[in-house]
Design a protein around this ligand. Structure first.
Ligand code: FAD
Length: 301
């Protein structure tokens, strides 16, 4: 049972945390409070997202640079190729490298009009995730993670097309896939089976999204093709004006999801933290991880 296994899981469980770059001083404080709170769990890496539409590298660069210089955590920089030519993307990658980045989460990105609009590759650019992975590989021996979609990417007509893109990314040098968030573990398990049947053996790390705001998550899910099971919507029903209970319910849901995945043999988790530590902290604790005594922030050599 999950209870029995929670006792001695800590050796086998690996976690990573995703953050987004702050837009102002208050957000920056919130980000660093969250990093400081979660760092003692000794994540495999912490990743920082890249602006939507390939907007700007500066906030991501600043954040990964600070993680590299002020903490003992391994930063991973997300990088997209939307709207840029290859030379500019390569230059950004080299800049990340110069501040200590050795790991990229390589993504195509969404069109500037938003998720779901028709994607137009830059005429001189990398056309998709696979081409970007190859481009990064040509620069250095980076660790490269890519995306995976348990419910298909909305632009993929079928699973075969979707998994073929994942295969191309692996062939180009990706060594880990992180999934889009999902709430139905059966769909994740079925997807991993399909991926293995296609001869792909890299880790398919589940991306776990603790639900801080159900309305927002439901709207975003529609755009990116994640299904919201009826039972999930029902659990939040009637709590619109009760944030404290919502947080408790969200923690219970995420805890259920990860303990069920552990039962299914998953031992590596990527958390979309939304720059908030509390729910993720509670879930890591339930997974048997302990924050211990070692401060990971302020401990850089
Ligand atoms: P790709 O891997 O190139 O393609 C994804 C899928 O789309 C493929 O499976 C393929 O089948 C299908 N596809 C692509 N092109 C076509 C085509 N022409 N015809 C048919 N099917 C096609 N976005 C950001 O802007 N910044 C981030 O930091 C960021 N981080 C992310 C992290 C994770 C873990 C994930 C899962 C997503 C992230 N995204 C981010 C969102 C991502 O940019 C979008 O989902 C984007 O639409 C696809 O990028 P990709 O790298 O998955 O694309």
């Amino acid at each position: 049972s999950p209870r029995a296994s929670a006792e001695d899981l800590s050796d086998r469980i690996k976690v990573s945390f995703e953050f987004f770059p702050p837009k102002n001083g208050d957000m920056e404080n919130q980000l660093w409070e969250s990093i400081t709170k979660l760092a003692p769990f000794q994540p495999d890496f912490v990743s920082v997202t890249y602006g939507a539409g390939g907007s700007t590298k500066q906030p991501t660069l600043k954040t990964v640079s600070r993680i590299a210089s002020e903490t003992s955590l391994a930063p991973a920089a997300h990088l997209t190729c939307v709207g840029s030519d290859k030379a500019s993307v390569d230059a950004v990658a080299r800049e990340f490298k110069s501040v200590g980045v050795k790991h990229f989460v390589a993504l195509r990105g969404d069109p500037p009009e938003g998720v779901g609009a028709a994607y137009q590759p830059h005429p001189e650019g990398y056309a998709n995730g696979a081409e970007l992975v190859a481009g990064l590989r040509a620069i250095d021996d980076f660790e490269i993670s890519v995306s995976a979609y348990p419910e298909r990417h909305p632009e993929s007509p079928d699973f075969a097309t979707d998994i073929d893109m994942l295969k191309r990314k692996v062939d180009a040098g990706a060594t880990r896939a992180i999934t889009q968030f999902f709430f139905d573990n059966d769909l994740y398990e079925r997807y991993v089976e399909r991926v293995r049947r296609a001869g792909i053996y890299i880790p398919i790390v589940p991306g776990i999204l603790p639900i801080h705001n159900f309305g927002q998550v439901a709207r975003f899910s529609k755009l990116c093709g994640t299904s919201i099971p009826d039972w999930l919507a029902r659990r939040f029903d009637g709590l619109e004006k009760d944030p404290e209970t919502r947080a408790l319910v969200a923690a219970a849901i995420a805890a259920d999801q990860v303990t069920d995945l552990v039962e299914r043999g998953v031992d590596d988790f990527h958390f979309y933290t939304m720059n908030r530590a509390q729910l993720v902290y509670a879930i890591c604790h339930l997974l048997g991880l302990r924050s211990g005594e070692t401060p990971a922030v302020g401990a850089a050599a």
